[in-house]
Ligand binder design. Sequence first.
Ligand code: NAD
Ligand code: DAU
Length: 357
Amino acid sequence: MILVTGGAGFIGSNFVLDWLENGATGDEPVVNLDALTYAGNLRNLAALQDDPRHIFVRGDICDRALVDQLLAQHRPRAIVHFAAESHVDRSIHGPGEFMRTNVQGTFTLLESARAHWTALPEAERAAFRFHHVSTDEVYGSLKSGAPAFTETHPYEPNSPYSASKAASDHLVRAWHHTYGLPVVTTNCSNNYGPFHFPEKLIPLMIVNALAGKPLPVYGDGQQIRDWLYVKDHCSGIRAVLQGGRLGETYNIGGWNEQANIDIVKTICALLDELRPDPAGPYARLITHVTDRPGHDRRYAIDARKIERELGWRPAETFDSGIRKTVQWYLDHADWVAEVQSGGYREWVEKNYATRTT
Ligand code: NAD
Ligand code: DAU
């Protein structure tokens, strides 16, 4: 049994599905603790309805009594901690919830895990893991031509989101050094793939293009991200959970640096091929808008440590992954329509209304 937090979100739901589909882990049930914020969606897990290997609990990671009770009841051998507020733009509009979930929530989980782990019999204590899922954004922004982030790169978070994740990474580190809690941390680059909430770049561009709406590129669009197909992130987490050294951090990335504008053009070209628009090429919808405040210019992950120690490399190329992703959104118009609820529309209004072109 493992306890996953945030398993109804984009990466968490992919992870739960992947875990239960995978031959090596599929027999091991998952308790999934998720508050179902705007970003959590049980439809992502529809394939697991009535599957006894998946126990869903709606709840908040800041609720210490609930977390204590789940650990006592299910005695998981590991916690894989995804739950977070994850959207940089939302953190700029309202940082408070990021501090609560990402910092206070991680603190609550660590304290609950520590109490639970301390009381375990020796064999279970030795096997227990707290896996903290984090981001490359904690390292800050890279200059053009600078080497990619290694695990020893200084922490230089620049947004309320990345600062809150950096704080959570530091808590996890301290709980290992001070209390001996058996932790591992992974810092991953930008994910994309199925169930990606359509306020993030790639799914937003797909759904806006299909609706004939502008494709809002922040600033000059030359900001660089290192994109990884979400299933590769899931396999990287499994590798670290299984074989990662205690107290260590592992960077996970796609060896795939691309400028935002090129990502958007690739999506447009794929849509031109797969769902041509009689009105003309989708690239006509590209619109440069006011930049994100404090926008990090470049992220790039050096993923050699996880490859050297654990033999992990991404399986998907960007060409194959982005094609699968665009096709997934074309095939799941019902999923998109459902998440584009009233709350989603309010967010789009808030984030884009004040941006000029
Ligand atoms: P997401 O926003 O899609 O999902 C977050 C999930 O956490 C949602 O299901 C939400 O309901 C849940 N949640 C939020 N607050 C909660 C709370 N207080 N208690 C319980 N559940 C709560 O996020 P994601 O993109 O799937 O990211 C998952 C994790 O991976 C995050 O920790 C994020 O920092 C990290 N990460 C994301 C990326 C990326 O590209 N998306 C890359 C690297 C690391
Ligand atoms: O690097 C990992 C991080 O990637 C994760 O830790 C975050 O949880 C995840 O949200 C993601 O953060 P980004 O800020 O990089 O993702 P986002 O999809 O919001 O933006 C990707 C790039 O695209 C970024 O440079 C901003 C730009 N962008 C985004 C939106 C929503 C636009 O140009 N236009 C847009 O409308």
